[in-house]
Design a protein around this ligand. Structure first.
Ligand code: GLU
Length: 455
């Protein structure tokens, strides 16, 4: 069975890069009827916060990416790690090192002077030096002294690290707390993880984790190191390129399925197809199709994908989302279907959809100076005459055409004052569609309000 996991370190909000690797892990598990685990890597008690864990769970809930089993917190597993460190000490695969910080600094300085890469020299390995009184030792694991650590990455292909790139690294600090790579390897093994999909910033951790697996005689999972998301200029993604916090996308009016679709396509492809439902992603996703190079974040593509998903939504869902997230209640609005159909044509986000639709639900509360300068009393009189003319007619488009012809005037002469009356704006959605939705009765009420203001 395929078992994947998302293993965030809760240091802040959930970043879209994190959501993307989580998504890949989720899709791969679901596709194979496997399990997708969530493990919170909160061993760094100084940097991790409960709020950050909550933010991750909130984001998971929003995108409805359900994980299997209970959430594991590394902070609650120190006893387990201690036990496994002891196992390595007992088997001789790890040992105590009593070197002080000063000694380590001195060694490093010497090595750098000689132009060598700083690395621990193994001086306590195999009891070469006796234990020291009064020094709390660290625990180091024996790394191979020659040869290399090689593995087949599911995305990068063959990866190899020479033994000279590794040293006997620390697996437990002098206060007995385990180090990062140790707990990741222990947990991935104990939780039965078969496929570890993660950012390629972790690539250099992998040989260390493989050393740990080998020390226990365990098989390592298959690793997939996903290239980073960069901005259009090939630099690290930052606030300036768009929202990086997953939950900000909700506030901006993105649909969770659109964000997931966008993130899936950011680094993975299936021919030149762009739009995928979650079911389609589950069916078609394969980590071997993840791109080898970094992907570029593209805000306009996200907006386009979001628009496609908005257009495909049912009215019920849109009405529910507009109410819940944008405080717009279309429940009692008679022509809500027509209204949504009209607004959906242009609105790329729910926020824009709410903004457009609100103009129909609420009357203008005032008019801008610029707009007022555009309507004279005569112009308003044309609009009033038209509404009389349109009364009782059902074909608004036909009514507009007939009226323009009868009065021998051009469209803007009617559209400008009427639009300002209806929405407080001189330009906007199709006039006939707008009238169709609002109805002539409501249009008259709005025009009367403008006329009052003009007097
Ligand atoms: N906790 C690590 C992070 O948040 C991920 C570890 C892993 O996926 O192996 O970057």
């Amino acid at each position: 069975m395929i078992v994947t996991r998302f293993a965030p370190s809760p240091t802040g909000f959930l970043h879209i890069g994190g959501l993307r690797t989580a998504l890949f892990s989720y899709l791969w598990a679901r596709k194979n009827n496997g399990r997708f685990l969530l493990r919170i890597e909160d061993t760094d008690l100084a940097r991790n916060s409960e709020e950050a864990t909550k933010a991750i769970l909130e984001a998971f809930e929003w995108v409805q990416m359900e994980h299997d089993g209970t959430i594991e917190y590394q902070s609650k597993r120190f006893g387990i790690y201690e036990e496994y460190i002891q196992k390595l000490l007992d088997s001789g695969a790890a040992y105590y090192c009593y070197m002080t910080k000063e000694e380590l600094d001195a060694l490093r300085e010497e090595q750098q002077k000689r132009g060598e890469r700083p690395r621990y020299d193994g001086r306590y390995r195999d009891g070469a030096l006796p234990p020291r009184e009064g020094v709390s030792p660290v625990v180091r694991i024996k790394a191979p002294l020659s040869g290399s650590i090689a593995f087949e990455d599911g995305i990068k292909g063959a990866v190899e690290f020479g033994a000279d790139q590794l040293d006997d690294f620390i697996i437990a600090r002098s206060d007995k707390t385990p180090t990062y790579n140790f707990v990741v390897a222990i947990d991935d093994h104990l939780m039965g993880v078969t496929d570890a999909i993660r950012g390629d910033d972790h690539l250099s951790n992998t040989p260390k984790q493989i050393v740990i697996y080998r020390s226990f005689g365990w098989e390592a999972p298959k690793f997939y190191h996903v290239p980073m998301i960069l901005n259009g200029e090939g630099k690290k993604l930052s606030k300036r390129d768009g929202a990086t916090n997953v939950m900000e996308y909700k506030a901006l009016g993105y649909l969770p399925e659109a964000l997931l679709n966008f993130l899936a396509r950011l680094g993975w492809s299936y021919g030149d197809r762009e739009i995928f439902s979650r079911e389609e992603l589950i069916e078609l996703f394969d980590p071997k199709d993840i791109n080898k190079s970094a992907s570029a974040y593209n805000a306009s593509k996200l907006a386009w994908i979001n628009h496609e998903h908005i257009k495909a939504q049912t009215d019920e869902r849109l009405i529910a989302l507009l109410k819940q997230d944008f405080d717009l209640d279309l429940g009692g609005f008679g022509a809500s279907s027509k209204l949504l159909a009209l607004c959906k044509e242009k609105a790329q986000t729910l926020e824009a959809l709410a903004r457009e639709a609100r103009k129909f639900v609420s009357r203008p509360t005032g008019y801008g100076e610029k707009e007022l300068a555009l309507v004279t009393q005569e112009a308003a009189a044309i609009a009033a005459k038209f509404l009389e003319f349109a009364e009782g007619k059902t074909d608004m488009r036909g009514a507009i055409e007939a009226f323009l012809k009868a009065e021998n005037i051009k469209m803007p002469q009617l559209a400008k004052p009427l639009r300002i009356a209806l929405f407080g704006e001189a330009a906007g959605a199709s006039l006939d569609a707008s009238l169709d939705i609002l109805g002539v009765f409501e249009a008259k009420i709005r025009l009367e309000a403008l006329e009052k203001r003009l007097k």
